[in-house]
Design a protein around this ligand. Sequence first.
Ligand SMILES: NC(=O)c1ccc[n+]([C@@H]2O[C@H](COP(=O)([O-])OP(=O)(O)OC[C@H]3O[C@@H](n4cnc5c(N)ncnc54)[C@H](OP(=O)(O)O)[C@@H]3O)[C@@H](O)[C@H]2O)c1
Length: 253
Amino acid sequence: MPDGSLNGRAALVTGAGVGIGRAIAESLSEAGACVAVHCHQSVSEAKTVVEGIRDQGGKAIMLQADLADAEQAPTIVQQTVAEFGRLDILINNAGSPIERSRLEDCPLSLWNQSLMTNLTSALLVTQTAIPHLRSSGQGAIVNNITLSVQTGGANGAGPYAIAKGGLLVMTRTLARELAPEVRTNSIMPGVIETRHHEVYSTPQRMQEYRDETPLGRNGTAEEVAGTVLFLVSDAGRFINGALLDINGGRFLR
Ligand SMILES: NC(=O)c1ccc[n+]([C@@H]2O[C@H](COP(=O)([O-])OP(=O)(O)OC[C@H]3O[C@@H](n4cnc5c(N)ncnc54)[C@H](OP(=O)(O)O)[C@@H]3O)[C@@H](O)[C@H]2O)c1
């Protein structure tokens, strides 16, 4: 349901062909923002997201880049600004555990790839975006962290959790460095039912997650998107440097 609260603003969502990123892109569009839908491998899915937004009367473009490639990462900001003439909202959502490895056995190649995919990519995209976010007057960044930043990376998720931990500290640092022109916040989803868990969790583990959660279920991508919309909109205008839990009470800190 379009509410117009983000009318006139332009957003870039990384990893928006599928899962949480897709739901965020659709939610920002419903609120009136023009949206750049970035993808890497999910090209046909991202095209479907863009078509869906356009069918609803929204403005969207698709951008494809491997954000683990330092040459490609900044280009998605340049293309967004070339298309929309501005950038107000940056959602650093793309990320992946890539593969599981205990730290004691972690090959340097996986360590470096995890840092590049989950942390350095967000830095490179953000650095390119900063001048545009500053001149927006309503600039907002949201970084997608993970609950394993609090718990430690279980079952070989250490390289991923450590990179996301760096993204949390990057959030807090940018919240100091970019204010007052730009607000920077992060979200910390618990277990959200997306492809991520189809790849990295068994059905039995997913049921255990539900049983461990006071709300009795795992979360949806749309529920994460609702939190992001709140953070970037005027309703969240005094929130800067925050880490918002979205986990049904599974982890209480
Ligand atoms: N699901 C959860 O329970 C959960 C919990 C906490 C945090 N998260 C975080 O939420 C974010 C989205 O995950 P999801 O649950 O929606 O799972 P997902 O479906 O696996 O999405 C991962 C996204 O990251 C993108 N991506 C991965 N590597 C990339 C690369 N090298 N370059 C560019 N894009 C890349 C993927 O793009 P393509 O598909 O186009 O390649 C995809 O859009 C991730 O950062 C994840 O760590 C998820």
